[in-house]
Ligand binder design. Structure first.
Ligand code: SF4
Length: 274
């Protein structure tokens, strides 16, 4: 199956004469129609047998993010039956009862069963399942250092910072600005604990989305013309216990969860434009 990522890739295969023999006004319109599965490539009569053979059959479209995530979950779940869950539990700060590994995710039980099935007190979505499975499979089990660093200070963090800021810190600050009960919910619902925090803050809470992956949420309220600020801090060992992509996924998923909680209290989504 040939993978086509966008209509331009189809357009490049066409003669680009805009002859209209395919009943489209232009080759580009035809390329878009093919990409949307409205027309088959062989409706253009001017393509070589070679091109039709390579691209004329079933074309694989790019996955959506959700599809990618679901595929990643299935891929990781398939690795569980070959994994020593007893060893994984000892390494990751989890429990093992002979059949399943259970760890705490934001204070709630999350179990990985020996056949790869997942069960939890909280809603299992791919944004959570992928980091949990990567953590169980690949965490090095490094003890926490107690030294706190930002995402940007992590190896590879600078390159991913823009996306991380857009999907994590920026919307979380918006939620903190508009939903006054956010920090109380972190304490009451998500097993958070108040801490001093590594920088000056009006509110700082430590959360444990995974046992060896604590996150400090540090928030400075707005005052006298100064905007609020919100920063997330990670233990210096974090990238040995969870890969950077999973850390991003986990943090972004956590923010989505807080956003949904705020929306249930009538607050507009922090991910909405503007
Ligand atoms: S028949 Fe082929 S060459 Fe002609 S307009 Fe359609 S796509 Fe372009």
């Amino acid at each position: 199956m040939t993978r086509i990522n966008n209509p331009m890739e189809i357009f490049k295969l066409l003669p680009q004469t805009n002859c209209k023999d395919c009943n489209e006004k232009t080759c580009m319109a035809f390329a878009v129609a093919v990409f949307k599965n409205k027309k088959n490539l062989d409706r253009c009569p001017h393509l070589s047998a070679e091109v039709l053979e390579k691209y004329g059959g079933e074309v694989e479209k790019p996955n959506t993010i959700d599809e990618d995530m679901r595929e990643a979950v299935e891929y990781l779940k398939n690795k569980i039956p070959g994994t020593d869950l007893e060893e994984a539990a000892a390494r990751t700060g989890s429990k093992y009862d002979g059949k399943k590994l259970t760890l705490k995710v934001m204070g709630k039980d999350f179990s990985v069963i020996e056949d790869g099935t997942l069960s939890s007190d909280i809603h299992v979505n791919p944004w959570l399942a992928v980091p949990v499975l990567n953590y169980v499979l690949y965490s090095k089990g490094r003890p926490l250092s107690g030294k706190w660093i930002t995402f940007r200070e992590l190896k590879g963090g600078m390159e991913r910072y823009s996306l991380y800021h857009q999907r994590c810190e920026k919307p979380l600050k918006k939620i903190a600005d508009t939903y006054p009960d956010l920090f109380r919910d972190m304490l009451d619902i998500f097993n958070g604990r108040r801490v001093e925090g590594p920088v000056d803050a009006d509110k700082a809470v430590i959360l444990y989305p995974l046992p060896l992956v604590p996150i400090i949420v540090s928030y400075l309220e707005p005052e006298e013309g100064l905007a609020s600020s919100l920063h997330l801090f990670f233990d210096e060992t974090v990238d040995e216990n969870l890969d950077l992509d999973s850390l991003y996924t986990l943090t972004a998923g956590m923010v989505i969860m807080f956003d949904k909680l705020a929306q249930r209290h009538g607050i507009p989504s922090a991910h909405a434009a503007g």
